[in-house]
Design a protein around this ligand. Sequence first.
Ligand SMILES: Nc1ncnc2c1ncn2[C@@H]1O[C@H](COP(=O)(O)OP(=O)(O)O)[C@@H](O)[C@H]1O
Ligand SMILES: [Mg+2]
Length: 433
Amino acid sequence: MLNDIPTTKVARAARFAKTGFNVGTNYIKHYAKKAVGAESTTENLHAANAAELYGTLSEMKGSVLKVAQMLAMEKNMLPTAYAEQFAQAQYSTPPLSGPLVVKAFRDAFGQSPYQLFDAFEPEARQAASIGQVHWAEKDGKTLAVKVQYPGVADSIKSDIRLVKPIALRVMGLNEAQVRPYLEEVETRLLEETDYKLELRRGQEIAAKCQQLPHLEFPVYYPALSTARILTMDWLPGQHLKEFLATNPSQEVRNQIGQALWDFYQFQFNTLHQLHADPHPGNFLMRPDNGGTLGVLDFGCVKDVPADVYQLFTALLAPETFTDEIRLANLLTEAGVLRPGDAPAMRALYLRTLRVSLELVGRPFRQSSFDFGDPAYMTALYALGDDLMADPELRKQREPRGSAHFIYLNRTYVGLFALLTELGAAVETGIPGL
Ligand SMILES: Nc1ncnc2c1ncn2[C@@H]1O[C@H](COP(=O)(O)OP(=O)(O)O)[C@@H](O)[C@H]1O
Ligand SMILES: [Mg+2]
């Protein structure tokens, strides 16, 4: 199966060249159809290109899928069609065979997993984005062992180099203008290949969150871990969808939702450091003790600099979106407004951001918030689509604002989406309080 994956740089480059070519062909088809008056909307074109790009990316596995996923997360940077295509990426990685898993252990520890553990399952229990998770036992403990696909870390940089020009071209963006944003994303992607870093951050954040109720973190085992293999306790529990299928009570859902909310508020407000990947795969839920939440995967952690924290908090404060001058000052500080902006442009950004901040800040402005009402998340997605479809905003090809906000936005939108799916009512309150 591994033979199907192009591994050499030349083969990978060839795949991308092919995608670039097909994307070009789709554009030609689009304009040809337009010329003869046939129906070919821009959305169709995006869908065709996204399918093409996705098809090629999924043949390449590993780091490229990660890049694709990342692009999909940043909805503002991509038309909806891309986001939908890329969102499928995480479900389609073929597993690493038993002998290759053994080889990964021999390379890392000079021992096979059967020597290292008392018991080890050669078949992966779960797929990970750039690896897979095995079940093991040692000294009476049940363990989860995440094994990274060999070569992923080394090739991620060159993959980014390959993906970037195509993504930029397809999206019609200018490299220099998007550089700080892509650098931010690339840094996080590269960090994610370092399981030693994940282990350290997982240990640190878990230790600092110890006093938060109804949360559970795996214990990590440094002696059984390397940059490419991560060993921790196996946490019991179910992913959100399976958990919901067991019909947990409203009380249990609220308690888990509250644990999730408190976890994020504490990290943001007190630690200034966030588990920045609130994907459903990273949480395990159980009905024990009225509802318990297991937290996994500290591969993507965002450190929030003090000035960014202050700015983000000030932007979400209730007085901001009703006070035009305050809003304008904060947006200038955030790099969204610029001194030389034409009045119309300035008005456009002020209007857009006022609406966005009012909506995104809503849960913080109330003492409690019922995410069980799907209207909120629907409104949030609709806002995203409206902004993307806005003809004036579409003309602004150059993204604006602090690159730090990419992962903050992603984290909060992800958190709100999780709470909505969980149908939890939580005590929220103003951030920073
Ligand atoms: N400690 C653990 N206990 C139980 N299951 C785990 C554990 N660690 C990982 N898993 C399973 O493996 C999946 C992928 O692990 P994760 O660390 O999220 O990988 P990735 O960093 O690639 O997203 C999780 O969604 C979960 O189902
Ligand atoms: Mg994960």
